[in-house]
Write a protein that binds this ligand. Structure first.
Ligand SMILES: O=C(O)C1=C[C@@H](OP(=O)(O)O)[C@@H](O)[C@H](O)C1
Ligand SMILES: C=C(OP(=O)(O)O)C(=O)O
Length: 430
């Protein structure tokens, strides 16, 4: 890992690829397995750095978790078995670990200190602290507790009714996890639907969770029962292959066992609206989550407008969608996506820098970007900003570039997709 010289390929992608397990679902499988009673076996767990942080945290809280390749065996003994960790808990680069764990730790009757890497230390935490404080947790940290490191004194929570001020599944999940430990009922109201893996998994672990429209409610002090989980392939990881097959002439590639939960399939809607050749086969439901095989072929793309309720359904795919837009005829507009500025890096600024350096005609706006296509991409030296999704976008851009793309550092890719280059080589038959 380190500097990566990416050769232009122009070779079509073909055959079958299976991407690793979904990051959001993998995190949640560990959390719910660890707080329930009994043995939970998780298959196709994402062996990426972010999810491994979540595993290490529960081990530090006293839970026995055994891992063999992508299978986890979690020996849960219920919420009461979790014990105060002696050392500070490290969230690494993982926003999901941070937000969901802060929610859970808020409700546990002990003291914890938590911290992250330099990127996570810049990301806002007040979005989860505000509801947790309303429920009764005491926090301390920089800038009124908005940034890591944080000290958390948890326990004795009261249920609240909370309307999400940001369209965030992490915040929704944090409040629901705190609600599991609170007295009475906790209600989360979301105006725009965000990914619902927490709700699905609560149900799978036998919790009483109710959903009416955008209102999700949970009663506190429930006991969860262990269950087995199969983690579907991560559609966010698959999106790099969807994009590659769409823009490299002659490609036709199948990605098997991809999670197709409709709160996550915005990328497929976008590709279809752009004129992409998308086919879905073998759809089935496992553990409350839809999975299927997706075949994508090269096609001529047109520009579209991406906004509103669609944004949370493809929030992590916007960097790769921006690359697709450089290959579409006309002007693509992405708006209502200011949240991109609070990810592993400011993804609006990062996408803008990388793609314009490679020759794209792109403007950044406050809450998105405007991309004029179609443009030929050339080579160049680009930065990853230590952001896995920016690094993978640059790697896919290199497939159609006229010269080498030199990426300063590809190590961040291990956060969500450690085998990315191996799978890419396989699809290119190199
Ligand atoms: O809940 C989750 O697993 C996630 C929610 C999203 O973040 P927000 O909730 O901040 O939008 C997404 O960007 C992140 O990669 C994973
Ligand atoms: C934003 C992401 O993750 P997290 O918030 O968990 O760091 C991501 O994976 O793109």
């Amino acid at each position: 890992m380190g500097v990566k010289e990416l050769e232009p390929s122009h070779k079509p992608l073909s055959g079958v690829v299976e991407v690793p397990g979904d990051k959001s679902i993998s995190h949640r499988s560990v959390i719910f397995g660890a707080i329930s009673s009994g043995v939970t076996t998780v298959r196709n767990f994402l062996d990426g750095e972010d999810c491994l942080r979540t595993v290490a945290i529960f081990q530090a809280l006293g839970v026995t978790i055994e891992k063999t390749n992508t299978t986890l065996i979690i020996r849960g003994r219920g919420m009461d078995s979790l014990s105060e960790p002696v050392e500070p808990l490290y969230f690494g680069n993982s926003g999901t670990t941070a937000r969901l764990m802060i929610g859970l730790l808020s409700g546990l009757p002990f003291f914890t200190t938590v911290y992250g890497d330099p990127s996570l230390t810049k990301r806002p935490m007040d979005r989860v602290l505000i509801p947790a404080k309303q429920m009764g947790t005491v926090f301390d940290g920089r800038e009124n507790g908005n940034y890591l490191p944080l000290a958390i004194r948890g326990g004795r929570l009261k249920g609240i009714s909370y309307t999400l001020p940001v369209k965030s599944a992490q915040v929704k999940s944090a409040v629901l996890l705190a609600g599991l430990l609170a007295e009475g009922t906790t209600e989360v109201i979301e105006q725009t639907r965000t990914r619902d893996h927490t709700e699905n998994m609560l149900q799978a672990f036998g919790a009483d969770v109710k959903q009416h429209g955008g209102v999700i409610s949970i009663t506190g002090n429930q006991k969860l029962q262990a269950t087995d989980i199969y983690v579907p392939g991560d559609i966010s990881s698959a999106s790099f292959f969807f994009a590659a097959a769409s823009i490299v002439p002659g490609s036709e590639l199948t990605i098997k066992n991809v999670g197709l939960n409709e709160t996550r399939t915005g990328i497929l809607d976008v590709l279809q609206r752009m004129g992409g050749a998308v086919e879905i086969r073998n759809e089935q439901i496992t553990g409350g989550e839809t999975i299927g095989d997706v075949t994508i072929a090269y096609s001529k793309l047109n520009s579209i407008i991406i906004e509103g309720d669609l944004i949370p359904r493809l929030i992590d795919e916007i960097p790769i969608i921006a690359l697709l837009a450089t290959q579409a005829e006309g002007t693509t507009i992405i708006r209502d996506a200011e949240e991109l500025r609070y990810k592993e890096t400011d993804r609006i600024a990062a996408v803008m820098e990388v793609l314009s350096l490679l020759g794209a005609d792109i403007e950044a706006t406050k809450d998105g970007m405007v991309i004029h296509g179609k443009t030929t991409l050339h080579g160049g030296n680009v930065r990853s900003f230590h952001d896995h999704r920016i690094a993978m976008m640059a790697a896919i851009a290199s497939l159609i570039a006229t010269d080498h793309v030199i990426l300063d550092d590809d190590s961040s890719i291990a956060v969500s997709y450690p085998g990315f280059f191996t799978d890419l080589e396989k699809a290119l038959h190199r």
